[in-house]
Design a protein around this ligand. Structure first.
Ligand code: TXA
Ligand code: MG
Length: 342
């Protein structure tokens, strides 16, 4: 796996981008930074190239990929019957962390859409991603660049840990800015439906469309999730994660009980809670008043505790307004157990 180093890598540094683009044109897979998380890219119009993504990640074949584009023209080449509201959303939020589910015209490789009649598309807001898209000249299918089931990568080193030797190269653009993935929005029905909460919030979308709803399946329960990927185990740290719902006193009580039992505990908490703990295995991931900070640090926190160091990870829960919806969605999926204050 070729690692293009950040110190040598700028948008003007054509050789690195051109080298990566050439690999993509040769149907290889290359990881690249976006504003959300690192993506694992391949030519979205070539089935053999796309197949390499599934193999490198160990991703189930029924989980469709998001296609990344450099301009709206590429959207029109891959889809049909684009509703007016989709154009409005592209105009407002692109480039940015919003994936639109549109009707496919069959031009994307069929393994990209996992046999669905729709295709998810977004324009990433990252200079390296956009430069790579332009240089390669093709739309790029790109899931998050982690092994299937692991936390998504927010740094090139995370991609390297998971995929070294399995992919042709990694473009290192430093840590990503948003930290959680794009919002996946289905605009095929009269009221748009959020299939996966992400970097663009429900509140943001409501400024543009009169009504938008969360997919009821996000609440859990027996509704089948419409976004195929939502049903798989995701974002799992090495040690089991327990998510704690309750006040700070309740959290401290649960922590102390585990310590008394002799468990090696790791804690992921806001700076407000971390400041109250006399405890050394704490990863502080920003203020609970600003969940954008928590979002940025979440996945690297989930990767930090190693199996050899902790038996269980206790994690604080947060409110689910704004980007909190995405943070809590990921934590609920990462957790194997929840502790709830009565
Ligand atoms: O921010 C992101 O979206 C990142 C960066 C790399 O762009 N990509 C990403 O891709 O998160 P991935 O493959 O890890 O997640 C794609 C999600 C999955 O939950 C998948 O099921 C859903 O989007 N999806 C893709 N195409 C779909 C479709 N046609 N209908 C419904 N859901 C779809
Ligand atoms: Mg993913």
């Amino acid at each position: 796996t070729k690692l293009w180093n950040p110190s040598t890598l700028t948008i003007e540094n054509e050789p690195s981008i051109e080298e990566a683009a050439q690999l993509l044109r040769d149907r290889q897979v290359v990881a690249f930074p976006t504003e959300t998380v690192y993506g694992l890219g391949a030519d979205a119009t070539n089935e053999e190239a796309v197949q390499r993504i599934f193999e490198a990640k160990g991703r189930p074949a029924d989980n469709p990929l998001i296609v990344h584009v450099a301009d709206v023209g590429q959207v029109e080449e891959l889809t049909e019957d684009i509703p007016p509201v989709a154009y409005q959303l592209m105009e407002t939020f692109w480039p940015g962390p919003l994936t639109l589910i549109l009707k496919s015209n069959g031009q994307a490789a069929k393994n990209v859409t996992a046999g669905l009649s729709t295709v998810g598309i977004r324009m990433p807001d990252h200079p390296l991603a956009l430069a790579l898209l332009k240089q390669s000249g093709v739309p790029l299918a790109a899931p998050s660049a982690n092994r299937s089931g692991r936390p998504s990568p927010t740094e090139a080193s995370h991609v390297y840990q998971d995929l070294n030797g399995r992919i042709a190269g990694i473009l290192d653009g430093g840590p990503t800015g948003v930290g959680v993935e794009s919002t996946v929005l289905d605009v095929s029905s009269s009221v748009p439906v959020i299939l996966r909460p992400g970097g663009i919030t429900k509140e943001d979308i409501e400024k543009v469309v009169p009504e938008v709803v969360f997919d009821p399946a996000l609440k859990g329960g027996k509704d089948k999730p419409k976004s195929p990927g939502m049903k798989y185990t995701h974002y799992a740290p090495e040690s089991p994660l327990w998510l704690v719902y309750g006040d700070d006193e309740y959290f401290k009580q649960q922590l102390n009980q585990l310590i008394e039992k002799g468990e090696r505990v790791g804690v992921i908490a806001s700076k407000e809670l971390a400041g109250q703990l006399q405890f050394d295995r704490v990863i502080e991931c920003g203020s609970r008043e600003r969940l954008e900070e928590i979002a940025v640090k979440l996945y690297s926190a989930l990767r930090e505790f190693k199996k050899s160091d902790v038996d269980v990870i206790l994690c604080e829960s947060f409110h689910s307004h704004g980007v909190g919806a995405a943070v809590m969605n990921r934590l609920e999926k990462a957790a194997v157990r929840t502790l709830k204050q009565q």
